[in-house]
Write a protein that binds this ligand. Structure first.
Ligand SMILES: Cc1cc2nc3c(=O)[nH]c(=O)nc-3n(C[C@H](O)[C@H](O)[C@H](O)COP(=O)(O)OP(=O)(O)OC[C@H]3O[C@@H](n4cnc5c(N)ncnc54)[C@H](O)[C@@H]3O)c2cc1C
Length: 393
């Protein structure tokens, strides 16, 4: 397992860089407004602009009107007010890991509010955590654990930002146990499109609180969340059962996995199937992999019903880790993002959800694996479909 975008097809594609044509007066007025508040800003042509406007997914190139780096809630409110005064669209950027570069606006000409200077994380006496939205998942996990062994559910890539991850979902292998990251939010501070700063919770601006848990970018810029936290599980068993088999056998393994996830997998078991195309033609590689949060004996009880329905794996890897080590193994790198290199990728990604009541049919599973093992195997494009199960939550 490694830190990678889900369901992605990698390809090297050229892209056209469009120069944004911001009228001189708009630029001058925006500059003067942001400058009056002493906000650090990169405009086109400044030394930091080219690197600050790079997308994580290099398929996308956008030219923002400017990128502003607020250091406080009030700075964010000022930046939004300045953009309003010159009629510019605004986008927040937290970790910049949007698949389609929405942290850069998803088009040319936005004011980007880059939250990377807002990195406070605090575990409070009631075991809730206050997290500013310039933080990345790895740093949050480290600080929580080092503040009394606390943890929260979230995805595996340490560099993903909490702003986009929490604002739109936040799914990890621990989500069957605890839920999505957005489910943990107890309250949030939000700068609205008119530049006002409000608090949203179940008792204050409750309609906004509902909306930002899934569609935050459409309703404001969240500057800070207060989250529920959990004691980090002491025993985290990372397992992988791997096969390289015919498309027909892969279909039957996948069917057994789907039936198991739906009927008998306990919430302590996070499970996914990673599928690929080995070099030898007409074969499919399939790895049933995941994390069990509990003891070895309980893991054996939980996984045995699945193992009874699939062929003997060609290779098996099962290891028990402490909490932080398990996150590091899943992420494929260290958790402290101030010392790991900021990565990039070039990919096309697509997601498909099937409802628990009507999972993939035998016919659709068969045609999926036939495609992967035949046309998929002869393609020169690297692909890694990843099918995750979130049944029962
Ligand atoms: C390598 C990789 C691995 C991933 N792994 C997982 C995973 O394991 N599980 C999972 O669920 N997802 C995963 N994702 C998807 C990821 O959670 C989303 O792409 C997420 O939106 C990225 O958040 P970000 O803050 O880094 O991105 P950004 O590009 O900064 O923001 C994404 C969107 O959120 C908006 N936004 C950012 N901050 C705020 C804010 N403070 N207030 C309001 N709106 C805001 C932006 O404007 C943009 O529309 C992965 C993505 C990548 C690239």
């Amino acid at each position: 397992m490694k830190c990678s975008a889900f369901f992605a097809v990698h390809a090297t594609l050229g892209s056209l860089q469009l120069a944004s044509a911001m009228p001189h007066q708009v630029r001058a007025d925006l500059d003067s407004c942001l400058n009056a508040a002493r906000l650090s800003t990169d405009f086109p042509g400044s030394s930091g602009y080219a690197s600050a406007s790079l997308a994580f997914n290099r398929r996308f190139h956008y030219s923002p009107a400017a990128i502003v780096f607020p250091a406080s809630d009030n700075d964010v409110a000022v930046a939004v007010t300045c953009a309003n005064s010159v009629n510019l669209p605004v986008s927040a950027r937290s970790g910049g890991h949007s698949y389609a570069a929405f942290g850069l606006g998803g088009h040319d000409g936005s004011l980007i509010v880059d939250l990377s200077k807002m990195k406070t994380i605090k575990v409070n006496s009631d075991q809730t955590a206050t997290v500013q939205t310039g933080n990345r998942l790895g740093d949050i996990a480290l600080t929580l654990f080092n503040s009394g062994g606390r943890a929260m559910p979230h995805g595996t890539c340490p560099e993903v930002g909490v702003g986009g991850h929490s604002g739109c979902g936040g799914f990890g292998l621990d989500s069957r146990l605890w839920g999505l990251l957005l489910d943990q939010a107890l309250s949030a501070k939000v700068v609205l499109s008119n530049g006002t700063l409000v608090t949203a919770s179940s008792s204050e601006n409750s309609d906004l609180f509902w909306a930002i848990r899934g569609a935050a970018p459409s309703f404001g810029i969240v500057t800070e969340y207060r989250y529920k936290t959990y004691p980090a599980p002491p025993s985290n068993i990372i397992f992988t059962y791997s096969y390289t088999v015919s498309p027909t056998t892969a279909s039957s393994i996948f069917s057994a996995y789907q039936d198991f996830a739906k009927a008998s997998a306990p919430p302590t078991l996070g499970l996914q199937a990673s599928i690929g195309t080995p070099k030898s033609g007409n074969k499919v590689s399939i790895a049933l992999t995941g994390v069990f949060y509990g003891s070895k004996a309980d893991f054996n009880t939980a996984i045995n019903p699945l193992l009874a329905k699939v062929p003997q794996p060609q290779s098996t890897n099962i290891k028990t880790y402490g909490w932080l080590d398990s996150l590091q193994v899943l992420g494929g790198q260290g958790l402290n993002t101030t010392i790991i290199p900021d990565g990039s990728d070039t990919f096309f990604a697509k997601s498909l959800m099937v409802p628990q009541e009507t999972p993939m049919t035998q016919a659709s599973i068969k045609s999926f694996f036939d495609y992967i093992g035949n046309q998929g195997a002869s393609s020169d494009t690297v692909s890694f479909p990843k099918l995750e199960q979130d049944f029962g939550h």
